[in-house]
Design a protein around this ligand. Structure first.
Ligand code: THU
Length: 159
């Protein structure tokens, strides 16, 4: 038997330690929580992606009385970016949650389906996407989806 260990490098920064570019993506994600439609969970999530052309595209969670028909903030933002700018790679993604007027005291971590979609976006981009999982005070920064989705499934596995 062989055992392997999987390690992930995660940088934990307070918001003031972020670069200007990172701050602008995080700010956009915070603003995007206002567009959340979450009458069932009352958990607002905002996501923002920075594209290689400098555009920032945002999304928020959109719930539905038939629960599985709703969509998370990250996928809303990523699919919207893909629809608007199909040929422009995503470079950064920020996610944050809010309940009422208060941003989460814990980071907002993407669900499995969103991780899979981020993985596909990296394949499309041809480069890792920096992912900032934010709480009110901090950001957990991953250099790519590998740290959140080890052994991810992608198009190369279909060959
Ligand atoms: N949600 C997101 O939008 N993104 C996440 O990263 C975690 C969960 C949404 C889905 C649902 O509308 C609500 O949060 C509660 O699960």
């Amino acid at each position: 038997m062989k055992t392997i260990e999987i390690a992930a490098k995660i940088r934990i920064c307070s918001h003031i330690e972020l670069t200007d570019e990172q701050k602008s993506v995080v700010e956009a994600a915070k603003k995007a929580t206002s567009g959340s439609y979450s009458p069932y969970s009352h958990f607002k999530v905002g996501a923002a992606v920075l594209l290689a052309n400098g555009e920032i595209i945002t999304g928020s969670n959109q719930e539905n009385a038939a629960y599985p028909s709703g969509l998370c903030a990250e996928r809303t933002a990523i699919f919207y970016a893909g629809a608007r700018f199909p040929d422009v790679p995503i470079r950064k993604l920020a996610i944050i949650s809010r309940t009422g007027d208060v941003f989460g005291s814990e980071i907002c971590s993407p669900c499995g389906a969103c991780r899979q979609v981020i993985c596909e976006s990296e394949v499309r981009a041809g480069a890792p996407i920096e992912i900032l999982l934010c709480s009110a005070d901090e950001a957990y920064i991953f250099d790519g989806i590998e740290g959140l989705l080890p052994f991810g499934f992608s198009g190369k596995d279909l060959k």
